[in-house]
Design a binder for this molecule. Structure first.
Ligand SMILES: Cc1cc2nc3c(=O)[nH]c(=O)nc-3n(C[C@H](O)[C@H](O)[C@H](O)COP(=O)(O)OP(=O)(O)OC[C@H]3O[C@@H](n4cnc5c(N)ncnc54)[C@H](O)[C@@H]3O)c2cc1C
Length: 526
């Protein structure tokens, strides 16, 4: 056992999600800093971690597909840099998405022109609006990225920059529903265009059009997956941190950020592997939190430290919850025609109704499900697997929140069995014979995500990207506390790519105003 207490670190990162690991790897590799990463889970990676069952089934928790991974693209360059070129990518075969409705299916192929053309072919009467949509999503995505990046520029430039990209804010800031209602008449088309809202977790009446656009443009050229599964991401970043003498340690839950005279100087840490152990204390001149804005400001910064936005954080809309059903299959799903694409199954065109729907149980089928096949994405998979994600509701499960994982009682187990059956029925209704493929089932509820991911109420995408989200001052990488920084998806929204860019942004800011641009220049010229 390493005696951590006597070691000196240049930076401490709380949490080993892709945001935390990216920031730690950049501080290690580019700035030659010795970084300590503290992770509360027993495995590294945050939502990039995966797990196995029965020696043959493997699933990734939060890596189903990632866009913009083409050779020479920004995302690929960053991943190459932080994994020393070790992480390989596999592009999903076309069509990589299927939007499935009761009366039709729409296939999505990679390539913006192809997607636009296929939409026009199916909805020729909306041709003009579709053409405008493809221009508008680029403008709104530009605004979204500009707003998420504003912090990297010196303050005196902000008014000028806001003027430059702010013009597109009018498009990006409205809700997606408002944009659709203003520009389209066809109800079916409106539904098709937001079929992937599960990728950002908000139905069109809640999401900002900028958020929607950033995801749609993210996947315009297709979807990629790490060769060997999502777990390759943390497994190949950790050695980069270790090369500079850094350490990534699991089962270490940060209980408090130590602040002295307004400056963050260290952390108090609980060793979850040893319930009798005393709190460990580590000091470093830089503290980075990948634990999310809510956890950091509400749970880790001592309550006596004055923060102007504590109440606002507590009252802000909570993040998206889901249920994930992990399935081990006894037969190859190709038998039913599946080839590895994502299936966005919707029982209704009215996406807004889905999140408000009654909880799922024996009597209530989910109205929406995202079906994917992790084993198709991994050539070395020993057994076939599937995953179905449906909308979840934290409050529905909150009565078991104080009970321990695996000890939540028979009523919880019974409810999970009913929900499992309902979710399988949703898919079976569209793909008869699916149920017969199943050998093993395991259902994750919002409590599971809360337990393993330590996110606020088990939210899966961080702060929800409603239009209001772009006005909050507490989702920045810089904090009001000197030497304390945030990173990850709360500092740059939307999935793995966003959280990773959050890591780059934070590492850059630690180095001063032009740190981000310097880092990007180095990574893109490797
Ligand atoms: C079911 C699901 C499906 C998804 N599918 C996709 C997808 O297909 N494509 C995509 O791009 N994105 C997807 N995502 C989203 C993506 O995985 C996340 O947005 C991203 O991984 C978040 O990274 P992060 O670094 O911000 O935080 P996280 O991955 O949440 O990491 C935060 C880490 O901090 C740790 N932590 C928290 N508090 C403490 C503490 N006090 N002490 C120590 N450690 C602490 C947590 O345990 C965790 O490991 C999905 C997510 C989920 C859950």
């Amino acid at each position: 056992m390493v005696n951590m207490g006597r070691q000196k670190f240049d930076a401490i990162v709380i949490g080993s999600g892709i945001g935390g690991l990216t920031c730690a790897a950049l501080l290690s590799k580019f700035h030659r800093k010795r970084v300590l990463v503290l992770e509360q889970h027993f495995t590294v990676g945050g939502f990039t971690h995966g797990f196995d069952r029965k020696g043959k089934f493997h699933w990734d928790v939060g890596v189903h597909y990632i866009g913009e991974m083409e050779e020479g693209g920004t995302g690929r360059d960053v991943f190459n840099y932080i994994t020393n070129g070790q992480l390989k990518w596999q592009k999903m075969a076309d069509p990589f998405e299927k939007f499935v409705y009761p009366d039709f299916t729409f296939d999505v192929y990679s390539g913006a022109k192809r997607f636009e053309g296929d939409l026009i072919q199916k909805f020729p009467h909306e041709r003009k609006a579709i053409k405008k949509y493809f221009k508008d999503i680029r403008k709104a995505a530009f605004w979204f990225i500009g707003d998420s990046m504003l912090e990297i520029f010196p303050f005196f430039l902000h008014p000028l920059l806001r003027k430059i990209y702010g013009h597109f804010g009018k498009i990006g800031r409205q809700t997606t529903q408002r944009y659709l209602d203003k520009n389209f008449r066809d109800v079916q088309l409106k539904a098709v265009l937001v079929s992937q809202w599960g990728d950002y977790g908000l139905p069109p009446c809640q999401s900002s059009f900028g958020t929607h656009s950033s995801i749609i443009t993210h996947f315009l050229e297709g979807g990629w997956h790490p060769v060997g599964g999502g777990k390759q991401i943390p497994d190949l970043i950790v050695p980069t941190i270790e090369q500079s003498g850094g350490i990534v340690i699991t089962q270490r839950k940060v209980a408090e950020i130590i602040i002295e005279n307004g400056v963050a100087v260290g952390v108090k840490v609980q060793n979850l592997g040893d319930p009798d152990a005393e709190l460990e204390i580590y000091h470093a001149p830089v503290i980075v939190s990948n634990a999310g804005a809510f956890n950091t400001y509400i749970k880790l910064v001592p309550p006596e430290f004055p923060l102007p936005f504590r109440d606002e954080i507590k009252e802000f809309q909570k993040g998206t919850n889901v249920l994930t059903l992990y399935l081990g299959l006894k037969d190859n799903p190709q038998k039913l025609g599946f080839k590895g694409e994502n299936h966005w199954i919707h029982n209704t065109y009215y996406h807004n109704a889905i999140v408000d729907a009654e909880p799922i149980d024996a009597e209530h089928l989910p109205q929406f499900g995202y079906l994917s096949f992790p084993s198709f994405k991994n050539p070395d998979a020993k057994g076939h697997t599937a995953e179905i994600i449906v909308a979840g509701n934290y409050d529905f499960f909150s009565q078991w929140q104080d009970k321990k994982w695996k000890h939540r009682g028979d009523d919880y187990k019974q409810l999970k069995a009913e929900i499992t059956d309902s979710i399988v029925t949703l898919v079976e209704n569209y793909y008869p014979g699916f149920r017969d493929l199943i050998e093993y089932t395991e259902l994750a509820t919002p409590l599971t995500f809360e337990h393993f991911g330590a996110s606020d109420r088990g939210a899966i995408y961080g702060i929800p990207c409603t239009p209001k989200r772009f006005d909050i001052p507490w989702a920045n990488a810089r904090t009001p506390i000197k030497n304390l920084y945030l990173t990850g998806v709360d500092t740059f929204p939307n999935g793995i790519m966003g959280a990773m860019m959050g890591g780059v942004k934070t590492a850059g800011l630690i180095d001063g105003h032009f740190g981000f641009l310097t880092l990007m220049a180095v990574m893109m010229h490797k």
